[in-house]
Design a protein around this ligand. Structure first.
Ligand code: PEP
Ligand code: MG
Length: 309
C-alpha cells in the first residue's frame, strides 16, 4: 500500500471525477521550494518568511531579503509563491522585535500587529518582497488579521512602498494578489467584511483551532483538547468557504488540517479547491482525492457539519 501511495508523487492532484485540486507546498527555506517540481505540486501556498529573521543576529537587510525571496521565486519558476509577511511574536521570538515581558504572548504583539507596530522593519520587508516580485509569480499574505483596519493599514503601507519603488525606478509586478490569513475567529465570523478587500484568503487552522477552543497549541497538558474536528471549528471553516464562493474570492487552507486525511473530503466538499501542506503529506492526500468526487465530498461535508459533536 505504501508503494501505491508513493506512486501519487508523480501525479497531479485530481478527484476521481477529474476535478483538479490545487495542491501547494508549505515552505520556509529555498530548498523546500525545489520539492514542488518533484512532487507535482502547483506552487507554494505558504512561504513562512519569518525564518529568515531567526537566522541572523541583526535584522536582515532589504538586500539580503530581496536576494532570498528572488531565489525562492526563481526556484518556483512559472508557479506561484504566496509569501506570508513575517509572522513574529507568540511562540516565534526575534529579539530585536518581540517584547519578552508579555504575560500572554499569544494574545499580544504578534503577526500583523507586530508588523504595524515596527512599521520601519515592515516597510523594509515589503520593499524587498515587491522588488522580488519582478522575478516570478508572487502573492502577498498578511498573518494574524483580527480586524478590517489592519487589512486596510497593511494594504496602504504596501501601496506606499510600491509608489516609492516606482519613483526610484524599480521594476515590480504592480498586480501582486494580496490576501489575508483567517486564523482568528473574528475574521472567520465576520468574513464578509474582510473578504471584499482581499484577492484571496487562506485559513490557518493551527491558530484558528487554538483561538476558537482557547487551547494553547504548544501545551502538552491540553493537547488532547486540541481538536480540529470540533463543530465550532468546522462551522467557521464552512463560513469562510461559502463567503469565498459568494464573492468569487479563492479560499485555501494552509494549516495542518490541509494535510490531514481525516479532513480532505470535508474541505473539498465545502468547495475549497486549494490545499497547502507540508510536502511529506501530499502523496497520501492525492491518493484520497483520487478515490472521491465533488458530490461525495459535499455529502460528507454536510454530514460533518451537522454532526453536532
Ligand atoms: C496556521 O496558524 O494554521 C498557520 C498556517 O500558520 P502558523 O502555523 O505558521 O502559525
Ligand atoms: Mg498561524
Amino acid at each position: 500500500h505504501k508503494d501505491y501511495i508513493d506512486s501519487f508523487r508523480y501525479k497531479k492532484a485530481a478527484l476521481r471525477d477529474g476535478t483538479r485540486v490545487h495542491m501547494l507546498a508549505n515552505a520556509a527555506k529555498t530548498v523546500d521550494a525545489k520539492d514542488i517540481e518533484g512532487y507535482q505540486l502547483d506552487g507554494i501556498g505558504l512561504f513562512r518568511t519569518e525564518y529568515l529573521y531567526y537566522e541572523h543576529n541583526d535584522l536582515p537587510s532589504e538586500e539580503v531579503q530581496f536576494e532570498y525571496y528572488k531565489s525562492v521565486l526563481s526556484t518556483a519558476g512559472e508557479k506561484s509563491v504566496t509569501f506570508r509577511t513575517f509572522d513574529i511574536g507568540g511562540d516565534k521570538a526575534v529579539p530585536q522585535l518581540t517584547v519578552s515581558q508579555e504575560t500572554n504572548p499569544f494574545l499580544g504583539l504578534r503577526g500583523i500587529r507586530l508588523a504595524l507596530y515596527h512599521s520601519q522593519a515592515f516597510r523594509i520587508h515589503l520593499r524587498a518582497l515587491v522588488r522580488a516580485s519582478h522575478y516570478g509569480r508572487m502573492e502577498i499574505m498578511f498573518p494574524f488579521i483580527c480586524n478590517v483596519q489592519e487589512v486596510l493599514q497593511a494594504k496602504k503601507l504596501l501601496q506606499e512602498v510600491m509608489s516609492e519603488l516606482t519613483l526610484e525606478g524599480h521594476s515590480y509586478d504592480s498586480n501582486i494578489p494580496v490576501g489575508i490569513m483567517v486564523e482568528i475567529p473574528s475574521a472567520a465570523i465576520n468574513i464578509e467584511s474582510f473578504i471584499r478587500h482581499c484577492d484571496f484568503v487562506s485559513i490557518g487552522t493551527n491558530d484558528l483551532v487554538q483561538y476558537t477552543l482557547g487551547i494553547d497549541r504548544t501545551n502538552p497538558l491540553v493537547a488532547d483538547l486540541y481538536r480540529e474536528e470540533d463543530p465550532a471549528v468546522l462551522e467557521l471553516i464552512a463560513k469562510v468557504a461559502s463567503a469565498g464562493q459568494k464573492y468569487q474570492v479563492p479560499v485555501s487552507v494552509c494549516g495542518e488540517m490541509a494535510g490531514n486525511p481525516k479532513f480532505t473530503e470535508f474541505l473539498i466538499g465545502l468547495g475549497i479547491a486549494k490545499l497547502s501542506m507540508s510536502v511529506a503529506r501530499s502523496s497520501e492526500i492525492k491518493e484520497i482525492l483520487s478515490r472521491t468526487t465533488l458530490d461525495e465530498c459535499a455529502i460528507i461535508a454536510a454530514q460533518m457539519l451537522h454532526a453536532g459533536t
